[in-house]
Design a protein around this ligand. Structure first.
Ligand code: PLZ
Length: 451
């Protein structure tokens, strides 16, 4: 028998001890060993934020190969909303993997895919007729939403916004705003993609209506509605810095799209599935997108993504025009159905709101006594603090990176984001307990104090 405190744990889920536990410095010796193998075997471009070898996770913790237990405030970038190795997901996946692992839905359809489509059609905003198609990643969903919008409208241009993130494939790199690290040196990028200014209240000071007028003017003059297939936007911009547009901005853009027969696409890959304290962030703003892209939180960690929207738009594509070998894989669909059951029946939307109240409460209290926090914003379990040079709005990326690094060294996983890299974001799994969340915030606050 090995010492259970130091033996790598291979069973995760909410049964794991919910505690922060540091048995070694981060990274410990076993993690170091894996990171050395990573450096030798994995392409240098694939980075990592937390220098550990993960062996189990669940509830609100991640266990590493040295027996350390880290508080998870990142959910693998907003993926494990239901929690890692959620019992419903484990059970459904185990059952499915033993039944069949793949047929290709385009060859032999199966119920799981159809049931996920039905659930998405029911859960996404709007009571109009909807249809869905399933894919593997957020980027692939975005690519397909653009394909569908182009086919439906017979137009080519697509508008994305400043600070947008939509993926790393060629078309989605073109839609993504930030050069480093996502685009630099990887061009040429897909054509007919145009960029409009977004609403960023902390920096532009504009009302939603003013910001929308500015954006629509750019779209109208530089693209022209007659050429425009789609406008795509994240209702709360994720990688760009958890930017919450001013009230009315999204509504005005969506209304302009409706008037001009432009497909309005909400990219809810990061905001979807209870994350923001609503099943979809569009609901927070009272918008009903024509198409919604989803991924991440949909399947408790298994790769699945979707485009859901107006049936007339979704059905505009010729037979055989949409698909892919793995899209809507049966195991991923089983995981999605189990996750959706958890979101709907385990009170996770409400839990995201409680987490949001804690995050916003603590962070605004810190902000009140620390001029280095310029802005605190977000909704539900998607909250961020933007760091600035005191008394200015000048980004302080070094401070954000330093605080995140110090928190990780103390066993708390926090991620940064933002076009200027000066934002620390909080995306805890909705399965985290109050005590653990509070302790994680204590550690971040202490790291800030010492920075
Ligand atoms: N749309 C709104 O947030 C993925 C990317 C992390 P994929 N965001 C995390 C990284 O550095 O690659 C994302 C998103 C929004 C699309 C995507 C893309 O989703 O599943 O990573 O392809």
């Amino acid at each position: 028998m090995t010492d259970s405190a130091t033996a790598p744990q291979s069973v995760g889920g909410p049964g794991l001890m919910q505690e922060r536990r540091l048995l070694t410095p981060i990274p410990g010796p076993h993690s170091r060993e894996l990171l050395a193998r990573k450096a030798a075997a994995v392409a240098a471009g694939v980075a990592h934020t937390v220098p550990i070898a993960a062996v189990a996770a669940g509830g609100g913790v991640i266990i590493d190969a040295d027996g350390n237990s880290l508080i998870d405030l990142g959910s693998g970038i907003a993926v494990t909303g239901v929690g890692n190795a959620h019992p419903r997901v484990v059970e459904a996946v185990t059952r499915q993997v033993a039944a069949f692992t793949h047929t290709c839905f385009m060859i032999s359809p199966y119920e799981g895919y159809v049931a996920v489509a039905e659930a998405l059609n029911r859960l996404t905003p709007g009571d109009h007729a909807k249809k869905s198609a399933l894919f593997n990643s957020g980027a692939e969903a975005v690519e397909n939403a653009v394909k569908i919008a182009r086919k439906f409208t017979g137009r080519q241009a697509v508008v994305a916004f400043d600070h947008a993130y939509h993926g790393r494939t060629n078309l989605t790199m073109a839609l993504t705003a930030k050069s480093m690290p996502y685009k630099s040196g990887f061009g040429p990028f897909a054509g007919e993609v145009y960029r409009a200014p977004v609403s960023y209240p902390f920096h532009d000071g504009l009302s939603g209506a003013e910001a929308a007028t500015r954006a629509i003017s750019v779209i109208d003059k530089q693209v022209g509605a007659a050429n425009l297939a789609a406008v795509i936007i994240e209702p709360i911009l994720g990688e760009g810095g958890f930017i919450v547009p001013a009230p009315g901005f999204l509504n005005a853009i969506a209304d302009w799209c409706a008037v001009n027969s432009v497909v309005f696409i909400a990219d809810e890959v990061q905001t979807g599935f209870a994350r923001t304290g609503a099943m979809f962030a569009s609901e927070l703003f009272g918008i009903v997108p024509d198409l919604i892209t989803t991924a991440k939180g949909i399947a408790g960690g298994l790769p699945l993504a979707a485009v859901t929207g107006r049936a007339d738009i979704m059905d505009a594509t010729h037979l055989g025009g949409l698909g892919g070998t793995y899209g809507g894989n049966p195991i991923a669909c089983a995981a999605a159905l189990a996750s959706i059951a958890a979101f709907e029946h385990d009170g996770l939307v409400e839990r995201a709101r409680q987490i949001g109240a804690m995050l916003l409460g603590r962070l605004t209290a810190i902000q009140a006594t620390d001029a280095r926090i310029g802005d605190v914003r977000g909704s539900g379990a998607m909250v961020a603090a933007e760091f600035v040079k005191p008394g200015t709005k000048e980004p302080d990326a070094a401070l954000a990176a330093g605080v995140a690094k110090a928190a990780i060294a103390q066993g708390v996983v926090v991620l940064t984001c933002g076009t200027y890299g000066n934002v620390i974001r909080f995306l805890p799994p909705l399965s985290i307990g109050d005590e653990l969340l509070s302790e994680g915030l204590d550690v971040v606050a202490q790291a800030l104090k010492e920075a």
